[in-house]
Design a protein around this ligand. Structure first.
Ligand code: GUN
Length: 279
């Protein structure tokens, strides 16, 4: 019988731990402050930003909301980031992506001070992760490591396969698994015979972006399966990149969608905000 990895419960536990840390910092006269910038009114982004603000309020982190017009110039956005970089009372800066087409996302990410880069997207943060130096780590892959560790799943020496090579999930995920002494393979759209590779995995991380693509044919008996995808199916129900019902009988542990990886991303963002003060 497969174990269901409960991301909701694990993220709640992390948030409780952070709440205590934040009140201890407060008792020492230190406040944690996150600045959240949204440009335009993309509906999905508004939901994400709202959830981030709610999590801040719950944990005791002060959040500053900057809701900028869709037609805000890149120059004005960069000037705001520069101002926030210089403010001693701001510990973390998050610019919600995607940005409107006239703004260069790479330029914006690079403008955020690496000391305040709580998303872990700055090239310096990614480089630090690559060479094992301290720095902020992208929240979704950091959350997946916590899911594995807090579920008692050993990573060291295991065959770990990552499907997807995005800058936000696939690449940092591979680096983190390597840091935990996993043997790591990264697969992507050009991988030949994907099933042959995924069938070797003791731990399979799926960030492919296609609803229910991964069926039991891709899974080794007893593997741990982590599903990063989130989609709405024909019946308007949420589903992941993994065909959960099909895979469940053959794996040893699996994350559900919703309630698996999703809640961990915000918990790890909160963790990065607290770390930005502790450092
Ligand atoms: N858009 C979707 N996910 C994210 C995220 O983790 N951080 C930011 N800044 N934007 C996003």
């Amino acid at each position: 019988m497969a174990k269901i990895i409960d991301g909701k419960a694990i993220s709640a536990q992390i948030k409780e731990e952070l709440k205590e840390k934040v009140s201890a910092l407060k008792a020492d006269g230190m406040e944690v402050t996150l600045a959240v910038i949204q440009v335009g009114k993309d509906a999905a982004s508004s939901v994400y930003v709202g959830n981030k603000k709610k999590a801040c309020a719950y944990i005791g982190i002060r959040s500053l909301a900057y809701e900028l017009e869709e037609d805000t110039s890149q120059e004005d956005l960069l000037a705001l980031i520069e101002e926030l970089n210089g403010r001693e009372d701001v510990n973390g800066i998050l610019v919600q992506l995607p940005l409107p087409g006239h703004i260069d996302e790479d330029k914006v990410i690079q403008a955020i001070s690496p000391r305040k880069d709580v998303d872990g997207f700055h090239p310096q943060s990614v480089g630090a992760l690559c060479i094992g130096q301290p720095g902020f780590v992208s929240c979704t892959p950091a959350g997946i490591i916590q899911l594995l560790k807090r579920s008692g799943i050993e990573i060291g020496g295991k065959e770990c396969v990552v499907i997807g090579r995005s800058n936000i999930v696939g690449k940092p995920m591979a680096l983190l698994l390597l840091r935990e002494n996993g043997t790591v393979t990264v697969t992507h759209s050009r991988t030949k015979d994907l099933r042959e590779v995924t069938k070797r995995a003791d731990i399979l991380i799926v960030a492919v972006g296609k609803p229910k693509m991964i069926t039991k044919d891709y899974i080794k008996e007893g593997a741990v399966v982590i599903d990063v995808g989130i989609h709405r199916n024909e019946e308007n129900k949420l589903c992941g990149d993994v065909d959960y019902e099909d895979v469940f009988p053959v794996c040893s542990a699996i994350t559900p969608v919703p309630g698996g990886v999703g809640p961990m991303t915000i918990a790890m963002l909160m963790n990065n905000c607290v770390e930005s003060v502790e450092r």
